[in-house]
Design a protein around this ligand. Structure first.
Ligand code: NI
Length: 193
């Protein structure tokens, strides 16, 4: 089932999400619904708060980065199989030089801005079977994880921008909160008067 994606301004996007336990009700269906929702919106990552659930869960499928428009392998060809579910994830280390990349977010349609993030991370997380992992990621994989992990701490990519840039975007962001944007996927906007 495709779930509506919560838009900028929704309080759930500013909350710190809670850990979940094995046997979390409806988890398998929720993960399936999140993948369906993410693919429908052409996203490469989706965090549970973005569909209104304040729990520590996100999914990624970065395989679109592995091929160019003609279907040829890119420098990131190793991302072809980077489809994963992360449960109760925590970044325990960030290292390497920060690099910039123009990011977007399904909760903030129509805005793309350069965000600087660390090159490498070490992530502790559980998989769908709640097996523990500690794994190092770098490059795009690390970036997608950092973006989604931020969502679990109530942080949006726009929060990383310089204060002046944030001020310049304020009007556009406020418009998104009011539903004045054109996303080609189902969204839910915070109630405004
Ligand atoms: Ni996002």
């Amino acid at each position: 089932m495709i779930l509506p994606i919560r838009a900028y301004g929704d309080p759930v996007l500013k909350k710190v999400a809670k850990d979940i336990e094995p046997g979390h009700p409806g988890l398998e269906q929720l993960i399936a619904d999140m993948f369906e929702t993410m693919y429908e919106a052409n996203g490469v990552g989706l965090a549970a708060p973005q569909i209104g659930q304040s729990i520590r869960l996100f999914i990624v499928d970065a395989s679109p980065f592995a091929e160019d428009e003609d279907g040829k392998p890119t420098e990131e060809a190793h991302l072809k199989d980077f489809k994963k579910v992360f449960i109760n994830p925590y970044i325990v280390e960030e290292e390497g030089e920060e690099w910039g990349f123009e990011e977007g977010c399904l909760s903030i349609p129509g805005i793309r801005e350069e965000v600087y993030r660390a090159e490498r991370i070490v992530l502790q997380y559980q998989d769908e079977q709640f097996n523990e992992h500690e794994e190092e990621f770098s490059g795009f994989a690390a970036r997608v994880i950092q973006h989604e992990h931020d969502h679990l701490d109530g942080i949006l990519f726009t929060d990383h921008l310089a204060p002046l840039r944030q001020r310049l975007l304020q009007g556009k962001l406020r418009d998104i909160g009011k539903g004045k944007c054109d996303a080609r996927y189902k969204m839910r906007f915070p109630v405004t008067k």
